[in-house]
Design a protein around this ligand. Structure first.
Ligand code: DGL
Length: 287
């Protein structure tokens, strides 16, 4: 059965929640939202034609975020989850100002629970440069990291490894060891996934940490926030029956499909998106 067609049918019965990321990282958030809210139809956009966002100027990431939001709204999205820390850092404020009627849920590195849970008083944050540069991260540190030492690493190349589906090979291991060894040596007992791609390498992080690192994946908290916003606005689907997901990528469809299967065990066929200053469904799609 073509699950994307199943998804399309399901989407007609209720307005979907739009979720986007630079690539497949936001699937870690989608997984959390689906577990908590199985009755919500979802539309996922992976902007793989532009991944990674992390090293790009904030203004460019902001332009992609606005254009993806326009695309999601054109598909009938009732709310938008910015399932990307880099895009949230670059654009959440701007998106809320540009689309005042649209409810947005964004990401911020989960320093608060890390600071609450650490015993050693040392926590690590793994995120991309755009996230560390943004005002959002500075404000998170200011608000929640008092009395705690926070160590940071951008894990250069890790997003690319995960986009290639390499979750445990030698290069992926090297990147993570380089980031984590100094944190562990400095006494870190808790590490925050400040990039939505990184939860897919949690098993490797736990292995490198030798069972001594608590790893914080923000997806369950983000899903709870989505639920709170739906309830506050009275726009929940009102059903617990499994709804569908439509997937779009601005990169190669076959590779998205196979990553989706490897990461979430889901067989679906993504639609291709075209970028020409705006996102639209590519005429190359064949179904
Ligand atoms: N998944 C994204 C995040 O949460 C970033 C990956 C990228 O650099 O594109 O920050």
């Amino acid at each position: 059965m073509n699950l994307s067609l199943y998804g399309k049918t399901a989407l007609m019965t209720s307005s979907p929640i739009g979720i986007f990321d630079s690539g497949i990282g936001g699937l870690s958030v989608l997984r959390g939202v689906r577990e908590l809210l199985p009755g919500e139809s979802l539309i996922y956009v992976g902007d793989q034609g532009h991944v990674p966002y992390g090293p790009r100027p904030l203004a460019e990431v902001q332009a992609f975020s606005v254009a993806i939001t326009r695309f999601l709204l054109a598909q009938g999205a009732k709310m938008v989850v910015v399932a990307c820390n880099a895009a949230s850092a670059a654009s959440l404020h701007h998106l809320r100002a540009e689309f005042p009627d649209v409810p947005f849920v964004g990401m911020e590195p989960a320093v608060k629970p890390a600071a609450e849970q650490t015993h050693s008083g040392v926590v690590g944050v793994l995120a991309t440069p755009a996230t560390f540069q943004g005002a959002l991260y500075a404000s998170v540190l200011e608000r929640f990291a008092k009395g705690v030492t926070v160590l940071q690493d951008t894990c250069p190349g890790l997003v690319g490894q995960i986009e290639r589906g390499d979750l445990s090979g030698p290069q992926t291991r090297r990147i993570l060891e380089k980031a984590l060894r100094p944190m562990i040596a400095a006494g870190a007992d808790t590490v925050v996934m400040g990039c939505t791609h990184y939860p897919f390498v949690i098993p490797l992080i736990e292995e490198i940490g030798g069972g001594r690192l608590r790893v914080i994946d923000p997806a369950p908290s983000v899903a709870k926030q989505v639920k709170r916003v739906l309830e506050a606005r009275g726009i929940g689907s009102g059903t617990q029956e499994n709804a569908g997901v439509l997937y779009y990528t601005s990169g190669a469809v076959e590779s998205f499909d196979s990553l989706l299967f490897n990461l979430l065990g889901e067989k679906a066929h993504a639609q291709a998106l075209r970028w020409d200053g705006a996102y639209s469904v590519s005429s190359a799609n064949s179904d």
